[in-house]
Design a protein around this ligand. Structure first.
Ligand SMILES: Nc1ncnc2c1ncn2[C@@H]1O[C@H](COP(=O)(O)OP(=O)(O)OP(=O)(O)O)[C@@H](O)[C@H]1O
Ligand SMILES: [Mg+2]
Length: 313
């Protein structure tokens, strides 16, 4: 159906309690409006890294630019409407500032625990489809003016400021920056989804049929998107890489893949510390040490007292 065919939403009158909640994250919620569309609501600031306004704007740009892209356009939601939440509405009073309404994609969620329990032959089919889809996505994304995407440097400087008093994080960031500086710029600046994890994919059987959540897209090395799946589903690694390489003709570099895993662990450690989740914080710091060690850097065991500078990014 053409997006113009949907009845306009009166966002000021939207009542969350009347709709099915599809997902909830640190930035807000996603509701099924029951008419073939979904509504994403976002706060301007949260405990996550970045800014809610920029996230919604980036998502709009990506979905709009990729609609109709060959090989991937039909996998993506179409934007129906989006904008600011009116300041005097109940939504605004609950902290929500932005909204984006898009078409609902059919398909099933796949949970990591389910994927892990499947027979190897089925895991291989899934890994293959995830890799092939990522290759098509990267090809299509190359046509978006990536100046409108998330600049990874912004994330680093925001995190750096927050952890400036902490020698462990400072050292880790310096290593990651050093490694990033070694990547040729034509690889470092390819357009990436930047949140290509299993919760942002929908499946029909063993095949990916939808890719969601473009709030973080921007220039990055291709292995970063591979690392998001590898981190949560290491058992999909080899089939995913094989399919990605055969469709894209781009060779995945294992060192850059490790770098992607280390970056993920760094963000995970900072965010879990902000949220006061001690167990996750410990686990993410351990992972960060492990990935840096694999890259050849021996980082001594971190102390665990809270060391963040407590201001919002
Ligand atoms: N267009 C869509 N069609 C079908 N399901 C959707 C759609 N958009 C979102 N969903 C469902 O809602 C969940 C949350 O949506 P999404 O991933 O976009 O937001 P989020 O992860 O909460 O947000 P963000 O990472 O931007 O803070 C998805 O994992 C998916 O299950
Ligand atoms: Mg998501």
């Amino acid at each position: 159906m053409e997006t113009a065919a949907y009845k306009k939403l009166s966002i000021a009158d939207f009542r969350p309690e009347e709709h099915h909640l599809l997902g909830e994250g640190v930035w807000g919620q996603v509701y099924d409006l029951g008419d073939g569309t979904v509504l994403k609501l976002a706060k301007e600031t949260s405990s996550g890294i970045g800014n809610g306004r920029e996230k919604i704007e980036r998502e709009y740009t990506a979905l709009n630019s990729l609609a109709g892209a060959s090989g991937i356009g039909s996998f993506l939601p179409r934007v129906v409407e989006w904008g600011d939440v009116p300041p005097n509405s109940d939504l605004a009073r609950s902290g929500i500032a932005l909204w984006l309404r898009s078409t609902k994609k059919e398909g099933d969620c796949l949970f990591v625990s389910e994927a892990k329990a499947l027979p190897v032959e089925e895991q291989e089919l899934i890994g293959h489809s995830i890799g092939k889809t990522l290759a098509h996505l990267h090809t299509a994304m190359a046509s978006i003016p990536y100046g409108q995407g998330l600049n990874p440097g912004t994330l680093y400087s925001a995190i750096k400021e927050e952890v400036s008093g902490n020698p462990f994080y400072t050292k880790c960031i310096a290593i990651l920056e050093e490694e990033l500086a070694l990547i040729p710029s034509d690889i470092l600046n390819r357009a990436a989804h930047n949140d290509y994890n299993i919760s942002n994919l929908l499946f029909s059987g063993h095949d990916v049929c939808a890719v969601l959540d473009f709030a973080e897209w921007g220039p990055c090395f291709p292995e970063k998107d591979v690392s998001d799946i590898v981190q949560e589903c290491p058992f999909l690694t080899e089939t995913l890489i094989e399919a990605y390489e055969s469709v894209s003709a781009f060779k995945i570099d294992r060192r850059r893949l490790e770098l992607g895993l280390a970056e993920n662990a760094l963000y995970g450690a900072v965010i879990s510390e902000r949220r006061g989740d001690a167990e996750e914080h410990r686990s993410e710091r351990d992972k960060l040490c492990h990935h840096l060690k694999t890259l050849g850097y021996d980082i001594s065991e971190p102390r665990l007292e809270s060391t963040l500078n407590h201001h919002r990014l």
